[in-house]
Write a protein that binds this ligand. Structure first.
Ligand SMILES: [Zn+2]
Length: 313
């Protein structure tokens, strides 16, 4: 699709002002090579292609400004925002240079504990598998399974750990890592210093909880703590007010619900993003904003996807 036709169709679907819609693009990591171990995050080249398409057909705003102007009814046509969950170093090393090339703002949602620890439990397992070969038998307390280290077993192995309790899962993942390799685990997450030193006017930070739990499973006090305290800590790190929140896992009705949405509102955030697929429309709640995760590898496919997502198809 021609960029001007796509832009014109998008303006019909997503006009400026009170009837505006918006599209929020959701990323985690941006990776540097095709032969990466995990396949669903874009490479720098995919990411550049997607940013080039977005800059041609969308009006990208920082998410906090987008939420504010959505409330005011003053969004531009074809409004969009770009978000990254979890707080990976590659958001600054790999994604930011591309964002600068196209002058596109983005929001990085930081989870506090992963930043302190350097790596998330699921990445620890992926890194462990990428550093080992062959069949093995792993045992940890009630957890025992055989696995063969290759790409196809990632989901299987992650699935085994997913059902452990939060505290136990971190410990089990560390055991699994040292079972697989002697090499020290790499730091994948930003440090508080990197967050403090990031002075790019294109980047704003949002909160993504303290320990990345399924909020709906927590008691009231712990849930409140995850939402309130993360806002304060990340604000201290980056030296700016935190306006937006991303629910861990993010499925409305499963991972969060009315209780979490109320707590987010009470804590002073102006909006929150989910992982529900779709555009932000007049029917949406700004405390459960739908998003879209791009996977297309061609500009035509990606522009078509932007149109279809905006049309909610
Ligand atoms: Zn996350």
């Amino acid at each position: 699709l021609d960029a001007s036709i796509t832009g014109w169709l998008l303006r019909l679907l997503s006009p400026a002002g009170k009837r505006a819609r918006a599209q929020i693009f959701s990323y985690h990591r941006v990776q540097d090579a095709e032969n990466r171990f995990v396949s669903d995050d874009p490479t720098i080249d995919d990411f550049r292609m997607q940013m080039s398409c977005i800059s041609e057909v969308c009006n990208v705003l920082p998410l906090s400004e987008l939420v504010y102007r959505f409330g005011e009814g003053s969004l531009p046509a074809n409004a969009a925002a770009i978000t990254f969950d979890d707080g990976y170093i590659n958001n600054l090393t790999h994604a930011l240079p591309v964002l600068e090339e196209y002058q596109l703002p983005a929001t990085i949602f930081v989870a506090v504990e992963p930043v302190k620890q350097g790596i998330m439990w699921n990445d620890l397992i992926i890194e462990a598998l990428s550093r080992t070969q062959g069949k093995a038998h792993f045992q940890y307390k009630g957890l025992a399974f055989n696995f063969e280290a290759n790409r196809s077993c990632i989901e299987d192995v992650l699935g085994k750990f997913k059902y452990l309790l939060h505290e136990e899962r971190a410990e089990a993942a560390h055991q699994f890592y040292s079972f697989c390799t002697d090499v020290a685990p790499p730091r994948l997450m930003l440090t508080p210093e990197m967050i403090a030193e990031c002075k790019s006017s294109l980047i704003e930070f949002g909160a993504h909880s303290i320990s990345h739990p399924i909020l709906a499973n927590l008691d009231d006090e712990r849930c409140r703590h995850e939402i309130y305290k993360s806002r304060q800590i990340i604000s201290d790190w980056c030296g700016a007010e935190i306006q937006t929140f991303a629910y861990p896992n993010g499925r409305p009705g499963k991972d969060f619900g009315p209780r979490e949405m109320n707590l987010v509102k009470e804590a002073g955030y102006i909006g929150a993003v989910s992982t529900l697929w779709g555009p932000l429309t007049r029917e949406s709640d700004v405390f459960a904003i739908p998003r879209y995760t791009p996977w297309e590898h061609s500009p035509g496919g990606f522009k078509r996807r932007i149109l279809l997502t905006n049309a909610n198809l």
